[in-house]
Write a protein that binds this ligand. Structure first.
Ligand code: NAP
Length: 268
């Protein structure tokens, strides 16, 4: 098994990274940062987001697993004291054949930013894409499946994946969506609603065969976030959002039920 480890960079995560690498190498696994089969993130969800974006062009060949060191760790199911057990599972899969590795695939969000000059850039988000501007309110026409739905005016919009629904989306009052539902969710940030301006005011959940297009109504620069990354986009003609054809795959060496994770992260 070829593996790569990404650490959050703090002392504990770096120490665990070293321990994990040495134990896996002793078990005949090979460290390969360029072309791994298994990417292990050691840190929190922010570290998993970094790991995802580092290997975003290898999604069909790579599986991810997370060890969490102290923070929320919604994507990370292994605790530091369980390192030996994790190494045992990885070694067993390595011996039995990687084809036997149990995987779960989660939907991703595709973001296509199309500029007035015709060129475009395509991005994949694991959590969400947000749109804001520092030049007044965000004013965007929102279309669903090519039909005008509303003109949004307010602080911003958040379009999230099911696994990202527990992140920024949740703070905005969005629903928590199980990752088995291939969908995207659109949530508003402080929309202006009065006699003049009107938006739906509720989060919208779109299925995989639906597309959302946002058309700027002002000629300003937009802050487009893709997970933890921020792009400044000018001369935007439209932004097209939908469930991506790619998925992220997580190695499941043992059960990790979504609703249990939700309860443990937000209630217990
Ligand atoms: P950060 O501001 O350092 O951390 C954001 C927090 O969100 C951390 O506690 C992180 O967990 C948690 N988180 C990330 N993904 C999650 C998920 N899928 N479910 C539940 N919690 C999750 O930023 P960051 O570490 O670079 O992460 C970027 C993310 O921050 C964005 O994708 C966005 O979702 C989130 N964010 C949230 C708000 C808000 O809620 N108002 C505002 C901006 C950004 P860990 O501690 O385990 O890393």
């Amino acid at each position: 098994m070829k593996f790569a480890i990404i650490s959050r960079g703090d002392e504990l995560s770096n120490r665990l990274k070293e321990e994990l690498a040495s134990q896996l190498i002793q078990s005949q696994c090979v460290e390969d940062q360029r072309n791994p089969t298994l990417v292990i993130s050691v840190g929190g969800d922010g570290t998993m987001l970094e790991a995802f974006h580092r290997y975003v062009h290898h999604l069909s060949r790579v599986a991810f697993v997370g060890v969490h060191t102290g923070r929320l760790g919604f994507y990370a199911d292994w605790r530091p004291e369980e390192l030996k057990e994790l190494v045992g599972f990885i070694t067993r899969v390595s011996i039995d054949g990687e084809a036997n590795m149990k995987l779960v695939a989660y939907p991703l969000l595709e973001v296509l930013v199309v500029h007035e000059e015709g060129h475009h850039s395509r991005h994949l988000a694991l959590n969400e894409c947000t749109l804001k501007t520092t030049e007044g309110s965000l004013v965007m026409n929102l279309e669903v499946n090519e039909d005008h739905f509303e003109t949004f005016r307010g602080d911003g919009l958040c379009i999230s994946t099911p696994s990202g629904s527990t992140a920024y989306n949740k703070s905005l009052g969005g629903a928590i969506v199980h990752p088995s539902l291939a969908s995207i969710q659109i949530t508003e940030m402080a929309s202006i609603n009065n006699r003049v301006y009107r938006t739906i005011g509720s989060p919208l959940i779109l299925p995989a065969h639906h597309t959302c297009v946002l058309r700027p109504q002002n000629d300003v620069a937009y802050h487009v976030t893709i997970d933890h990354l921020t792009l400044i986009e000018k001369n935007v003609e439209h932004i097209r959002l939908k469930v991506a054809k790619e998925r992220i795959r997580f190695a499941r060496f043992r059960p990790f039920p979504f609703w249990k994770r939700v309860r443990e992260s937000f209630i217990d």
